[in-house]
Ligand binder design. Structure first.
Ligand SMILES: NC(=O)c1ccc[n+]([C@@H]2O[C@H](COP(=O)([O-])OP(=O)(O)OC[C@H]3O[C@@H](n4cnc5c(N)ncnc54)[C@H](OP(=O)(O)O)[C@@H]3O)[C@@H](O)[C@H]2O)c1
Length: 274
C-alpha cells in the first residue's frame, strides 16, 4: 500500500446560474489568476436551490454566484443575509465562512457604482422603468441618495407592490412616460432590449440632455442608449453595473481588492464594451 499524499486543492467558487454562468467562469478565473490566488470558479446546474446549498456546505464551496431563478429561492437555506439582500429580498452572492452561509446582493452595489461614475444621484429626480429583481436592486441603491423616484411598470399591480416596498411613487404603465416628467435621470430595469434592437422608449419621450442608464447589458450599447444619445443624454451601459457587481463578488470571495481594469477589459472582450 502506498502512503496517502496530502493534496492541496484550490479554493472552490462557482455559480448556480442561467445564461451568464459561463461569463462568470471566464471573468473570475482570469481575475484569480491575475492576483495569483489559488481559487477556481466553475458553473453548476443544480437540481434545486436547497440541494445547491447542501452541496455548498458539504463540499466547502467558498462562494456562489446566484442568478435567476435562484435569487429568492436560496434565502430560506442561508444562515444570514446582509442588510441589502434582506431589504431587496434577493441574493446574488453567497459566501461560506467556515460553514456560516451569508447571502449578499452585489447588484445594488454595482448599480450605484455604475451610476456614480457618470453623475452624483444625490437629491436627483429619477424615473425607473421596471419592477423585477433588477429594479429592486437599483431602487435600494437609489434610496440611499434620493427620495424623488417615480416607478413605471407594464404590470401595474407588480409596479405598485415594488413602489410600496421602497416607499416611492408609482407613476403607472410605461406608456405614460414622457418629457413632462422633467427627471434628471432615467433608468431602464425592464428586460426590453435584451438581445434585441427594441427600445423601451423612443427619443421623443426621453428628456434631452439628462442621464439614461440601461441595466440591460446585451448588447452593451442598447437601442435605448442610441435613442438617448440622439437627444444629447449621458449614457450608462448595463455592462458597468455588471462589472462593478462582479468586482464586489471577487472581493467578498477573496478579501482582496478586485483587479477592476482586468474585469473591464474582459467584459469589453466578451460583450463589446464596459
Ligand atoms: N447590468 C446588470 O448587472 C444587471 C443586473 C440585474 C438585471 N439586469 C437586467 O435587467 C433586466 C431585468 O432583469 P430582472 O432580473 O429585473 O428581470 P425580472 O425580474 O424578470 O423583471 C423583468 C422586468 O421587465 C419588464 N418587462 C419584460 N418584458 C417587457 C416588455 N415587453 N415591455 C415592458 N416591460 C417588460 C417586466 O415587466 P412586468 O412586471 O410587466 O412583466 C419586469 O418589470 C434584464 O435585462 C437583466 O439582464 C442587469
Amino acid at each position: 500500500m502506498s502512503e496517502k499524499v496530502p493534496v492541496s486543492h484550490p479554493v472552490l467558487c462557482g455559480s448556480i446560474a442561467g445564461s451568464i454562468g459561463g461569463m462568470g467562469v471566464r471573468l473570475h478565473n482570469e481575475a484569480f489568476r491575475a492576483k495569483g490566488l489559488a481559487y477556481t470558479y466553475v458553473s453548476f446546474e443544480p437540481s434545486g436551490a436547497g440541494e445547491a446549498i447542501v452541496a455548498m456546505r458539504a463540499l466547502g464551496i467558498r462562494g456562489l454566484g446566484v442568478t435567476m431563478p435562484f435569487k429568492e429561492w436560496v434565502i430560506p437555506f442561508l444562515d444570514a443575509l446582509d442588510p441589502t439582500a434582506e431589504e431587496i429580498g434577493a441574493v446574488n452572492t453567497i459566501v461560506n465562512d467556515q460553514g456560516k452561509l451569508t447571502g449578499y446582493n452585489t447588484d445594488a452595489w454595482g448599480a450605484i457604482a455604475a451610476l456614480r461614475e457618470a453623475a452624483d444621484p444625490t437629491g436627483k429626480r429619477i424615473v425607473v422603468l421596471g419592477a423585477g429583481g433588477g429594479a429592486k436592486s437599483v431602487l435600494w441603491a437609489l434610496k440611499q441618495y434620493t427620495g424623488d423616484i417615480v416607478l413605471f411598470n407594464r404590470d401595474r399591480e407588480r409596479g405598485k407592490k415594488t413602489a410600496r416596498l421602497f416607499d416611492i411613487e408609482f407613476g403607472g404603465s410605461i406608456d405614460r412616460v414622457d418629457r413632462s416628467l422633467a427627471y434628471d435621470m432615467l433608468i431602464n430595469c425592464t428586460a426590453v432590449g435584451f438581445k434585441s434592437r427594441e427600445s423601451v422608449l423612443k427619443r421623443d419621450r426621453i428628456v434631452p440632455r439628462t442621464l439614461v442608464f440601461d441595466a440591460v447589458f446585451v448588447p452593451a450599447k442598447t437601442a435605448l442608449l442610441d435613442e438617448a444619445a440622439a437627444v444629447g443624454c449621458v449614457c450608462v451601459s448595463g455592462t458597468r453595473m455588471l462589472m462593478h457587481q462582479a468586482c464586489k463578488q471577487f472581493e467578498l470571495y477573496t478579501g482582496v481588492p478586485a483587479p477592476v481594469a482586468l474585469y473591464e477589459t474582459m467584459l469589453g472582450r466578451i460583450l463589446g464594451g464596459a
